[in-house]
Write a protein that binds this ligand. Structure first.
Ligand SMILES: NC(=O)c1ccc[n+]([C@@H]2O[C@H](COP(=O)([O-])OP(=O)(O)OC[C@H]3O[C@@H](n4cnc5c(N)ncnc54)[C@H](OP(=O)(O)O)[C@@H]3O)[C@@H](O)[C@H]2O)c1
Length: 281
């Protein structure tokens, strides 16, 4: 197949010695019937990192897209996630097995606890199962998603194992400076979900002004801001031109002044659920 050069995406080192491509492709809300075609298109554009989850209902199609694109398992970095009703030692292991079967793989690159669900208080037990999955060689790296500082502190204190990554809501309107500092202190990498605020930030005047200045699209400006902050990102799109455009962000640089202008857009407002209370979609 003809592809862009994947090597222009930086690889970031995780604390466990593995690496992750800093730019990937997210498949939340892509219906299963459209997933193979869309993910193959992403592979053709050059993406080699896919972010899926059991709860997205399209793990099987992500696995099929690798074969359909003529790629080998080791060519791609695959993340999936354990959902809220699968917390607990045994349930998490069973959920992982189901994900692996759907993906038709014998390992995943990164497995995340999707939400902490403090109300059931099973995330430490779930984390222990994750540690074992990594020890068994079924998962290359283990991490969490939507964890707040007290949740991060508890799993580290009770198991002695820090996550490699915390995947959190993060975009210009919700920049999470405090949580990013906490990650840096703990040696945890930050993944930014809804990096484009699901499109809501793209008509902001500051962003469109920077797009004009750099002769790039608003989406490219926001993604470039994430890359320069050091965030790992995986924008979602089903639109062929956007899939290509979102990958084409490594030939320009935002100045300190540009970065400051975007920093000033932080409104501290989530568009997604609150991790302290979220139980189900
Ligand atoms: N861990 C979690 O709890 C969690 C939660 C949410 C998301 N995620 C992950 O993060 C990924 C990305 O987040 P997301 O899907 O919520 O939102 P997003 O990537 O911020 O935004 C996707 C939306 O923006 C549009 N879009 C994409 N590129 C664009 C561009 N260049 N110009 C204009 N519009 C553009 C897309 O439209 P079209 O598709 O119509 O082109 C889609 O409506 C997900 O797919 C998932 O992997 C994780």
């Amino acid at each position: 197949m003809s592809t862009s050069t994947p090597s222009k995406v930086p690889d970031i080192a995780l604390r466990d010695g593995t690496t992750i491509p800093q730019l990937g492709f997210g498949v939340f809300q892509i219906p299963p019937e459209d997933t193979v075609e869309t993910v193959v298109r992403a592979f053709q554009a050059g993406y080699r990192h896919i972010d899926t989850a059991a709860a997205y209902g399209n793990e099987a199609e992500v696995g099929q897209a690798i074969h359909a694109a003529g790629l080998q398992r080791e060519d791609v970095f695959i993340t999936t996630k354990c959902f809220n009703d699968d917390h607990g030692h045994q349930k998490a292991k069973q959920a992982f097995k189901r994900s692996l079967e759907k993906l038709e793989m014998d390992y995943v690159d990164l497995y995340l606890i999707h939400w902490p669900v403090p109300s059931t208080d099973l995330y430490v037990e779930t984390w222990q199962a994750f540690i074992e999955l990594e020890q068994e060689g079924l998962v290359r790296s283990i991490g969490v998603s939507n964890f707040q500082p007290p949740h991060l502190a508890r799993i580290a204190e009770e198991t002695g194992v820090e996550p490699t990554i915390n995947q959190i809501e993060l975009h210009p309107q919700f920049q999470q400076a405090g949580l990013r500092r906490e990650h840096a202190d703990r040696g945890i990498l930050t993944e930014a979900w809804s990096p484009l605020a699901q499109g809501q930030v793209l008509d902001d005047e500051t962003i469109t002004g920077l797009a004009e200045k750099h002769e790039k699209s608003a989406g490219q400006i926001v993604l470039r801001w994430h890359i320069q902050l050091g965030n790992i990102v995986f924008p979602k799109s089903v639109t062929p031109e956007r899939i290509e455009e979102n990958f084409d962000i490594f030939d320009f640089h935002l100045t300190d002044e540009d970065m400051g202008a975007i920093e000033a857009l932080d409104a501290g407002e989530r568009i997604g659920p609150d991790p302290d209370t979220f139980v189900r979609p």
